[in-house]
Design a protein around this ligand. Structure first.
Ligand code: BG6
Length: 471
């Protein structure tokens, strides 16, 4: 049977999908949960979300998790990447553990395990307890201490059920949107704050890894990064090559180097030093970072960047409307400006579809540390979709997107990458941050009026791929 397939994956390859707590759970004021920064931001600033929507109810996964696990099973899942809401475990970040929150996640993990689905759990996917916001949130190193306490608690409470952990989701992207473009809470536009937060994230990650080792847990722990490949606009132009290099330094190497090499990249450190923007740090902290070694790396990949050195002004714009004519803009004055690939094929939200970028990224992870286990922790396409009269969704665009990315993932495997699994973003249509609910990503279509789930064509297709371990 398998011999007729063109792409066969290694035995035990994980076929999964991903979500994050705030994007699907809902029940924002139930089960003893405390408010997070995103809960408050969406309540206070609906005008900053494309359709004015909020994660208050989201997909109501909190109440429907058993049905969702059943649908995972039906769509061939052998793994599921999710996050824990910090505010369900510590509602105000510093007080006592909320037993109702613990019970919810234990029940969810148990349901997954009973159905043969391995949880891969991220501790922090951008929903910070609101109680920490007034004190400066991630700008304040006391948040690092509280995060480590929360991480330690999770290892103790769930370590018997969860064997795959990730500390943070995309520290780079969340720093960028929260402290540079100002699109995400706390809506700041300060390079100084951004650099401090980025540093504090890595410190929090490092200490959580150490706490994990000290806990004696027999699982594995890693970091999830958005390592979008950055190419020079003109590969023969030295200035563009330099622009791509520094963009990669600021957005990617600042995070992956400490995690896999134990040190910050010299060129970026020097850049920040020259601009008097170095984060507050101690040599003891840098020594801690040196000692950190992750068990695996998770890579999220959506689209590549092409960098030009022609960056006379800083400028940011994210297409949150799904209007194809609207471009995404990102430039940092005198360093780099991302430009649209004239040959590119784009989603309605202006994200280029470029599977080859995933291959380059996987090969790069392998170069950093040959043999390191790698998971594709997110990859997917946001689309405008509706339900047919017969309750089906023909999302062949998604099937094509995933197929093309799996093909290059397979090539990377052949070329030596220790790729362990693929988690499509996302299990179900969900709260897509400032894009609201219009941008749909799921294997499961969620009817926004009834919250009923419907398996899309891609979900049925994925079941087959998973059963055959290839296609
Ligand atoms: C990743 C995040 O950056 O991209 C997910 O980890 C997110 O949480 C996904 O939803 C897609 O981005 P967006 O903004 O289109 O939802």
């Amino acid at each position: 049977m398998t011999s007729q397939l063109d792409y066969v994956f290694p035995q035990g390859f994980v076929w999964g999908s991903a979500t994050a707590a705030i994007q699907i759970e809902g029940a924002a004021r139930e089960g003893g949960k405390g408010a997070s920064n995103w809960d408050v931001f969406c309540r206070e600033h609906p005008e900053k979300i494309f359709d004015g929507s909020s994660p208050e109810v989201a997909c109501d996964h909190y109440h429907r998790f058993k049905e969702d696990v059943r649908l995972m099973k039906e769509t061939g899942h052998t793994g599921y990447r999710m996050s824990i809401a910090w505010t369900r475990i510590y509602p105000d970040a510093s007080g006592a553990v909320n037993e109702e929150g613990v019970a919810f996640y234990r029940a969810l993990f148990s349901e997954l395990l009973t159905n043969g689905i391995e949880p891969n759990v991220t501790l922090y996917h951008w929903d910070l307890p609101q109680a920490l916001v007034a004190g400066g949130g991630w700008e304040n190193k006391s948040t690092v201490d509280l995060f480590v306490r929360y991480a330690r608690t999770c290892f103790e409470l769930f370590g018997d059920q969860v064997k795959l952990w990730a500390t943070l989701n995309e520290p780079g992207w969340t720093t960028l949107q929260s402290y540079v473009t100002g699109l995400h809470p706390p809506n700041k536009t300060s390079h100084r704050s951004a650099i401090q937060v980025a540093y504090n994230y890595i410190l929090a990650h490092t200490r959580a890894v150490r706490a994990f080792r000290e806990s004696g847990n027999d699982g594995q722990i890693g970091l999830v990064l958005n390592m979008s490949t950055i190419y020079p606009q003109d590969p023969a132009n030295d200035a563009d090559i330099k622009a791509a290099r520094i963009a990669d330094g600021v957005l990617n190497r600042w995070f992956i180097d400490p995690a896999l090499k134990g040190r910050y990249p010299d060129d970026v450190w020097t850049l920040y030093k020259d601009d008097k923007l170095l984060p507050a740090h101690t040599s003891a902290e840098l020594a801690e970072i040196k000692a950190d070694t992750v068990d695996f790396i998770g890579v999220n990949y959506y689209y590549p960047h092409f960098a030009s050195a022609d960056a006379p002004e800083s400028a940011y714009h994210l297409n949150t409307s799904g209007n194809k004519d609207e471009s995404c803009i990102f430039a940092i004055k005198d360093l780099f400006r991302f430009v649209r690939n004239p040959q590119g094929k784009f989603t309605d939200w202006g994200w280029e579809i470029f599977p080859e970028g995933l291959y380059d990224l996987l090969m790069r992870a392998q170069e950093y540390r040959p043999g390191i286990p790698v998971y594709i922790t997110e990859n997917g396409i946001g689309m405008q979709e509706s339900l047919n009269d017969d309750d089906t969704v023909d999302d062949r665009g998604r099937i094509e997107f995933v197929t093309e990315h799996l093909k290059v993932a397979h090539r990377a495997l052949q070329d030596g990458v220790n790729l362990k699994g693929y988690y499509m973003w996302a299990l179900m249509d969900n709260f897509s941050w400032v894009n609201g609910f219009k941008k749909r990503y799921g294997f499961l279509f969620v009817n926004r009026r009834t919250l009923d789930r419907h398996v899309k064509a891609s979900g049925h297709w994925y079941k087959k791929v998973s059963d055959q371990n290839g296609f």
